[in-house]
Design a protein around this ligand. Sequence first.
Ligand SMILES: NC(=O)c1ccc[n+]([C@@H]2O[C@H](COP(=O)([O-])OP(=O)(O)OC[C@H]3O[C@@H](n4cnc5c(N)ncnc54)[C@H](OP(=O)(O)O)[C@@H]3O)[C@@H](O)[C@H]2O)c1
Length: 270
Amino acid sequence: MALKGRIGFAGCGNMGGALLKGMLSAGVAQAPQVVVAEVDAERAKQLSTDLDVATVAAPAELSDLDLLILAVKPGLVARAAQEAAQAMRPGSLVITLAAGLKLATVALALPAGQALVRAMPNTPALVGKGVTAVCADPVQDSAYLDIAREVFGAVGPVVTVEEKLMDAVTALSGSGPAYVYVMIEALADAGVCQGLDRATALTLATHTVAGAAHMVIKTGEHPGVLKDWVTSPGGTTAAGMAELERGGVRGVIYQVIEAATRRGKELDKK
Ligand SMILES: NC(=O)c1ccc[n+]([C@@H]2O[C@H](COP(=O)([O-])OP(=O)(O)OC[C@H]3O[C@@H](n4cnc5c(N)ncnc54)[C@H](OP(=O)(O)O)[C@@H]3O)[C@@H](O)[C@H]2O)c1
């Protein structure tokens, strides 16, 4: 379904840009509805050239918005929200993408009663393969959460969580693509180490990760079952698995998610 009304972005870098491109490609928004406030002049020029959207230099120049997406770094959100607040129409919605920042913290920078949703998307939204968690104050009209689900539904599945779990979401799926890229890079490097040429190794590594993820999605099987399909008794995979376990990869992943979750909580206190 297409969104109605005017949509503004305050900041449109890696995440905002991925979301905007994904929304336009999916047809959930049309370029003439969108105005982007972006302080980076080069980035703004590229957005207007590549996506044909209107741009302004700062959130204070936004006007008449039905939806505002706050997509600046967490430390800049309060200021951008204060500047953009004058642009909001009655009945409008603000969506914050900021890692760590609680709804209550962002609400302090907005007029009393402004509808607000907190979302944690991820950058694969750019190619329509994102995944997003959303949350809102339970006393708020649930229609606003529906609008947010529509926005992010254009670029992948959307889950709704309690706000206390948003830092865990951020650690897992918000930051997660970076961990997977490291995995792809490491698989390719290790293939090169065994004599494969780099391009071949990268193709094999990338499609192995994508294919394995698709198997989980399409078959609905537990990843442990799918792992067993690959692992012949006494075979090559079992030999590799033994090294994975000796290296403590599962434990390291728990620590990674724990550290990133902790960092999310710190961001709200800065
Ligand atoms: N990147 C991700 O994977 C990801 C995933 C989920 C959520 N998020 C969240 O999304 C938000 C944006 O992250 P990002 O990685 O997209 O950051 P980013 O790439 O730095 O993009 C933010 C953009 O906003 C610009 N900007 C800064 N202050 C501004 C202002 N007052 N008005 C208008 N534009 C302004 C920045 O310009 P300058 O560079 O010149 O400052 C930059 O171009 C963060 O809150 C982050 O926690 C990010």
